[in-house]
Ligand binder design. Sequence first.
Ligand code: ATP
Length: 220
Amino acid sequence: MTLAALDRETLGYGRAAVLPGLSFALAPGERVVLLGRSGVGKTTLLNAMHDRLARDHRTALVPQDHALVPQLSVLKNVLMGRLDDHGALYNLTNLLHVRRADRAGVVDVLTPLGLAELADRPVRALSGGQKQRVALGRAWWRGGAVLIGDEPVSAVDETHAEALLGQMRDRFPTALLALHDVALARSFATRLVGLRRGGILFDAPATEVSDGDIAALYAH
Ligand SMILES: Nc1ncnc2c1ncn2[C@@H]1O[C@H](COP(=O)(O)OP(=O)(O)OP(=O)(O)O)[C@@H](O)[C@H]1O
């Protein structure tokens, strides 16, 4: 069974193919990490899979640039994770004055992320690592069957990154991430996918991917 799949599809921009004729599928319960050099197409593949997954499954996204609203508070940015669950009137009034139950729910999400004290601070006044945790908080608040994350822990140190990925694992049954930290990828993933030069170099259970496979991925 698969949640979503690409079958020999060409991904790219305009006439420029980044990943020609690509086949890729995500099954429930998997934690898949994409590895590969900068510019190889990890974001391109994540976006294509997000489009596909979101048609049939509730999907939470942590984009590489976070896509936060800098003028709004941490609390209100996190609330945006559920905008499409409500009508415009609910959302507008909630932005003016956050409902008590929503506030309490968001604070429960912010607490393990170490952000509860910053709930009312505008996002523009946060550090890079704090902003990244707000983007994670928005995804936690959204919840769903799948999380798609594009370098979702790149701005925090390794110990915190592991803890955040642990929270992710507890909250989402299935995840598809791009990570540049191989050790972190190994500790999180059930399956590792190496992209190189327009295609998939390896796609295997994490325990079967050797250090040599990884080295080949990044070799010049
Ligand atoms: N909007 C766009 N229009 C045209 N080309 C793009 C666009 N976005 C990305 N590209 C190109 O597509 C290729 C793959 O980019 P992508 O962002 O998917 O790589 P990546 O593996 O995620 O890189 P990184 O690790 O640096 O984030 C690159 O050559 C990039 O320059």
